[in-house]
Design a protein around this ligand. Structure first.
Ligand SMILES: Nc1ncnc2c1ncn2[C@@H]1O[C@H](COP(=O)(O)OP(=O)(O)OP(=O)(O)O)[C@@H](O)[C@H]1O
Ligand SMILES: [Mg+2]
Length: 510
């Protein structure tokens, strides 16, 4: 980053008001060519809103935007694109039903001299760009057939093809594996060398300290400050974000485990997972770790009844529990917080209160009549407990920030008062302070004698929270480690399939 250069982006005094919510009040931001600039702050601080204003998705209420020194009113995403701005959002903004190449050339299809679309040229140029960042995807493939990671890489390729001078990444690693994250960082490095300015939004401190040059901190829509990363450390940045020190993230009081509540014996399904056996006790936090694609999500979905299984046996609370429908799992007292919260977890058009009470509706009904006051009270309690940022519990969930939507999903399952809580990636997109709130809730649950299964790709989280950990590799059970056996090396060796089979402990359990 060279200061004497002209910034690619300057935002001055940005204010954004939504009905009843002042999302941004006077935020300043500048981005230089070749700079990776982090945007950090708690859930609902205004990061995504600021970026959406820059990208022409929202119109600002007040303030000024300069691109390459010229004042601009960014009217639409297409306008932003023509000004040299690109964006890679978490919920990827590609046209799903079009091919990769068509997405690259959207709005500017090349023509042959006969006036027809020059597909050959489109495919060739698309491939060249993707090759340059080592992304091996067929330019002819429809976007909807690609994995999330591939779609994200395609979205980056598209910004390069369009020669964007500033690119925004909004929580780009949330759904990526460790390898994919490494690949992303290599691409960002390349963009940086080419003089592209980058805004990088993430809740993962280690990433910010790994790749960013400066960070701008937002709090409740206000501008806290911009710091050089080399002048601060994680604690310093977190203190700016939350206004206090967050320590001892994983100081969970563990309960003394009681009797076995869940017994899983030799369950399998196709190639998704084979011969999985484990037991979980009352009051225990049982971790499941493995790389994306290792079968973690599939296994818990089979236990819950969301997917079937081909063989094996599940016993819950002493009763056969070979569920084939989620309703059976719910009735038996199992809650599953799904990984894909947008698709499976929420009714986005409905209110916070309605979402909170969606599964526990029987608890607020009498003789078939829903007691709305009670429902509202329950929703208020959980919003307070998890510090969900929303003007009221009547707000539609789609108007909440990403992390606050996640808190509503958690509330919904807590309200159901289950015996076994299965949390699949519960803290993706959740800020550091809110993570702590969620861990406190876990602590309360186990104290009350509930049982938790937690799936997380974030190793410090499973290591910190779990009493024992089942490790999976490509659908196979590699072992069950006890807390004393948790070390990074140990776990990664198992998770990469290198321990050559079950650990002694795993064998004994199986
Ligand atoms: N369309 C909308 N209507 C009403 N309020 C909104 C809308 N979009 C965002 N908000 C509110 O604006 C504030 C800022 O939200 P924003 O999505 O920018 O937060 P964020 O910093 O990106 O948070 P997260 O880390 O959770 O993604 C929040 O209080 C949110 O509820
Ligand atoms: Mg956001």
């Amino acid at each position: 980053m060279q200061k004497q250069e002209q910034p690619v982006v300057v935002m001055k005094g940005i204010v954004k008001e939504f009905p009843g919510v002042r999302a941004l009040s006077g935020v300043d931001l500048e981005l230089f060519p070749g700079e990776v600039h982090a945007l950090v702050g708690e859930n609902g601080a205004g990061k995504s809103t600021l970026i959406k204003i820059l990208m022409g998705v929202y119109t600002k209420t007040e303030g000024e935007v300069y691109i390459n020194g010229e004042k601009q009113e960014v009217k639409s995403p297409l306008h932003a694109q023509s000004l040299g701005l690109g964006a890679v959002y978490q919920d990827v903004n590609l046209a799903q039903h079009l091919s990769v190449a068509e997405n690259f050339f959207m709005g500017q299809l090349p023509r042959t001299r006969f006036g027809t679309v020059d597909y050959q040229r489109m495919y060739r140029e698309t491939k060249e760009t993707l090759d340059s960042i080592e992304v091996h995807v067929d330019p002819r493939a429809l976007v909807k057939t690609l994995s999330v990671a591939q779609q994200e890489m395609v979205a980056i390729g598209k910004t390069m093809h369009q020669k964007a001078r500033a690119v925004v990444f909004d929580e780009p690693t949330a759904l990526l594996t460790a390898d994919e994250t490494e690949q992303l960082f290599r691409i960002i490095d390349k963009l940086k060398k080419d003089g592209v300015g980058i805004f990088y939004i993430s809740h993962r401190m280690e990433e910010i300290f790994h790749i960013c040059d400066r960070a701008t901190v937002l709090k409740d829509g206000t501008f806290v400050g911009t710091v050089k990363i080399s002048d601060t450390d994680e604690d310093g940045l977190i203190a700016m974000m939350v206004g206090r020190n967050v320590e001892d993230m994983y100081q969970i009081q563990h309960a003394e485990p009681g009797e076995v509540v869940l017994k899983v014996e030799h369950i399998s399904r196709g190639t998704a997972f084979q011969d999985i056996s484990f037991e979980v006790r009352r009051g225990e936090i049982f971790g499941m770790f493995g790389l994306v694609g290792s079968g973690r999500t599939e296994i818990v979905r089979a236990i819950f009844g969301a997917d079937g299984k081909d063989g094996g046996k599940v016993t819950f609370m002493g009763k056969a529990a070979d569920f084939t429908r989620p309703q059976q799992g719910i009735q038996a007292g199992i809650a599953l917080l799904p990984e894909d919260r947008r698709a499976q977890g929420l009714a986005l058009g409905m209110s916070v209160a309605d979402n909170t009470n969606m599964v526990a509706v029987h608890k607020i009904s009498r003789y078939g009549v829903i007691d709305n006051r009670k429902g509202v009270q329950i929703a208020k309690n959980y919003a307070k407990k998890l510090r969900t940022k929303t003007p009221t519990v009547f707000q539609r969930v789609k108007n909440l920030s990403g992390g606050n939507q996640q808190k509503v999903v958690i509330s919904k399952w807590l309200a159901q008062d289950s015996g076994l809580f299965i949390f699949d990636e519960p803290t993706v997109g959740v800020d550091v302070g809110a993570k702590l709130e969620i861990y406190k809730v876990f602590e309360e649950l186990v104290k009350e004698g509930k049982t938790i299964i937690i799936i997380s790709s974030y190793l410090p989280e499973v290591m910190g929270l779990a009493d024992r950990m089942l490790i999976l590799y490509e659908g196979h059970q590699m072992g069950i480690l006890s807390k004393e056996e948790f070390t990074d090396d140990n776990i990664m060796r198992y998770a990469s399939g290198k321990n050559g089979g079950k650990s002694e402990y795993g064998k004994e359990r199986a």
